[in-house]
Ligand binder design. Structure first.
Ligand code: PGA
Length: 245
């Protein structure tokens, strides 16, 4: 499965839902999956707009528990109830801003899977870790620690997002992306077997670089931040991925 996923992060009010209508009109009938993960406040409304269209709606994070005394948190069950079919977990901004460890990400992934939703599990090295030559070790440890046993291609998507490429306009070389994706493919095959999981690249993906990134082996799509906020930017990225199917 190929997937073009947009992460709106902490951006978006009701007045921005027109972008979603423009996106739905622009993507037509794509050959890949298309997903927008808006702030939790917009999932319900966006899901109504996306009914009977190719657009899927997802959450950006969830709590590991289903319900309880956790002020300000949202559970996977609540996201599903609001219309989400995917949930991003372990984004580097969650890992950095909220101290989320691999163990926490693993528990959240289990919560997502327990609700029958698809988890998009994010991994990626910092610039210091890349400079130290530790990229594959870091990504390998995050995969090992963040993914519960029993993950399958139907339930889990993995996103490689180098922290230093997120929101910076900088991207790794195509060789660097291909190297990490080949490594992840081998690690996941060795642990889980079965059909190959969808592997996304994320970090400063935009219309001008999407095609060359999607042409790389073991890259099955993208997790897009800034360029997912406007239909005029995200629709060409969807089209570039759809053209590879
Ligand atoms: P960006 O964000 O596309 O704005 O770099 C990507 C992400 O954080 O998923």
């Amino acid at each position: 499965m190929k997937l073009a996923a947009g992460n709106w992060k902490m951006n978006g009010l009701g007045s921005n839902l027109g972008e979603v209508q423009r996106l739905i009109a622009a993507i037509g009938d794509p050959k890949c999956q298309v997903l927008i993960c808006p702030p939790a406040t917009l999932i319900d409304r966006m899901s109504i707009l996306a009914l009977d269209t190719p657009l899927h709606v997802g959450g950006q994070d969830c709590h590991a528990k289903t319900s309880g005394a956790h002020t300000g948190d949202v559970s996977a069950a609540m996201l599903a109830n609001a219309g989400a079919s995917y949930v991003i977990v372990g984004h580097s901004e969650r890992r950095a801003d909220h101290g989320e460890t691999d163990a926490i990400v693993l528990a959240k992934t289990q919560a997502v899977l327990a609700e029958g939703l698809i988890a998009i599990v994010c991994v990626g090295e910092t610039e210091a870790q890349r400079d130290a030559g530790d990229t594959l070790a870091v990504v390998g440890a995050q995969l090992a620690g963040s993914l519960p046993n029993g993950c399958t291609a139907d339930t889990v998507v993995v996103a490689y997002e180098p922290v230093w490429a997120i929101g910076t306009g900088r991207t790794p070389t195509l060789e660097q992306i291909a190297e990490v994706h080949a490594f992840m493919r081998a690690e996941l095959a060795a642990r889980f077997g079965g059909a190959p999981m969808t592997l996304l690249y994320g970090g400063s993906v935009k219309p001008s670089n999407a095609e060359e990134i999607f042409a790389l082996p073991n890259v099955d799509g993208a997790l897009v931040g800034g360029a997912a906020l406007k239909a005029a930017d995200f629709a060409p990225i969807v089209a570039a991925l759809s053209a590879t199917v």
